[in-house]
Design a protein around this ligand. Structure first.
Ligand code: ADP
Ligand code: MG
Length: 368
């Protein structure tokens, strides 16, 4: 079997090395630490950062590689999962074969290398989803809830770890930008306006809705346009985008065939002392209480046309719904910097999504 062959081709030495590194302690960083450190991207600091990553990345990657080999119910043997495992092993090897980082030229070469690693792992999320689909098919029986729960917990850990790894790489790479935007430290915007992000994310979601349905409900945003706080714009964009897409779809499907005026989606941005909270409210009919426990699980979706197995290019072609990742992944992004996501539904009326973002930026990355 091709599967076995791949496994055997990885030498015992590599396997031992992965075990050793996977047992080492991971070091978490906070948003605040990244900001303070990145505020002075001197050559000396970039060197320190690269030396830190040269140790930290293989530690984190090895943990994931070990876990990928030992998944329940034979999930580890599904072709899509094997592919993901190989990406992790390749990246581990790239990092471990890279010599000690002594000067700026080593540092630049290292930065190029980790940039490539980030690209290699671009499609991990849809590939894992495909793996779970393959498993469901191969099992020839219904997957029982306890099994799904175990897979769900693994995916939560796995994707959260991936967010952290990509944040660390992305931050190091971004600190090389010779001409950063004002107020930006690497990927962090110290003066990010949540209203502005909500606006662009809503427009992006509306244009996809438009493409899918030929029309899109309005989105009204309320809050102080001058209010800013430090956050990673791409993370915030992703979360609001997913939530607004869900709301637009619900409103659209509920009102498509009625002559009543389509109620707008409302976004409210509140700046508290601990949290910035963004509420996304819709009148899309809500979610039945019996369905609520499922909405944060991977692969649960009520979309009619689930994406087919040919997932190539998923990361480029954004769809309205169907993968069932929107909510669980958004919640992980929120939790990564100490926030959270809650969904409150009134069946027969609509849904409120509360996105809490920690304002202090002190919380350490959740690691497992
Ligand atoms: P997807 O959108 O791909 O289906 P999500 O994780 O974003 O995956 O959402 C999962 C499911 O939760 C949706 O399929 C839908 O049934 C339900 N849902 C999420 N948000 C809303 C909402 N605002 N109104 C009604 N149902 C929702
Ligand atoms: Mg969605």
């Amino acid at each position: 079997m091709a599967v076995k062959k791949v496994a055997e081709s990885f030498s015992k030495a590599l396997a031992d090395e992965v075990q050793r590194w996977g047992g080492m302690k991971q070091t978490g960083v906070s948003l605040r630490y990244m900001m303070e450190f990145g505020a002075r991207p001197t050559q000396k600091n970039l060197l320190l950062s690269a030396q830190f990553l040269h140790k930290e990345l293989p530690t984190r990657i090895a943990r994931r590689a070990i876990e990928l080999e030992a998944l329940p119910f034979g999930l580890s043997d599904e072709p899509a999962v094997l592919k993901v495992r190989d990406w992790y092993l390749d990246s581990f090897r790239d990092l471990r074969t890279f010599p000690e980082i002594k000067d700026t030229s080593d540092e630049l070469a290292f930065t190029q290398m980790i940039k490539m690693i980030k690209v290699r792992h671009n499609n991990v999320v849809p590939a894992m989803a495909l793996g779970v689909q393959q498993l469901k098919r191969d099992m020839n029986r219904k997957v029982v809830p306890e099994e799904l729960e175990e897979i769900h917990q693994f995916l939560d850990r796995f994707y959260l770890s991936r967010i952290g790894i990509r944040m660390l790489i992305g931050q190091h790479v971004a600190l090389h930008d010779p001409d950063p935007e004002p107020g930006c430290i690497g990927q962090i915007n110290t003066r990010l306006s949540p209203m502005l992000v909500a606006q662009t994310a809503s427009e992006d979601a509306r244009s996809i809705c438009y493409r899918e349905y030929g029309s899109a409900p309005e989105v009204n945003i309320y809050g102080d346009p001058n209010f800013t706080f430090p956050y990673v714009p791409s993370h915030l964009h992703l979360m609001v985008f997913e939530l607004v897409k869900n709301s637009l779809r619900a409103v659209q499907e509920r009102h498509m065939n009625s002559d009543k005026e389509v109620p707008p989606v409302r976004i409210i941005v509140a700046d508290g002392i601990e949290d910035v909270t963004i509420k996304i409210s819709d009148e899309g009919g809500g979610i039945p209480r019996s369905g609520l426990p499922k909405i944060f699980t991977y692969l649960y979706s009520t979309a009619k046309n689930p994406p087919d197995e040919n997932y190539k290019g998923v990361s480029n072609s954004v769809t309205m719904a169907g993968y069932g990742f929107g909510l669980p992944i958004s919640r992980l992004y929120a939790r990564y910097f100490g926030g959270d996501l809650q969904i409150i539904s009134m069946e027969g009326y609509g849904t409120d999504a509360y996105l809490h973002l920690s304002r202090l930026g002190d919380s350490q990355e959740p690691l497992s």
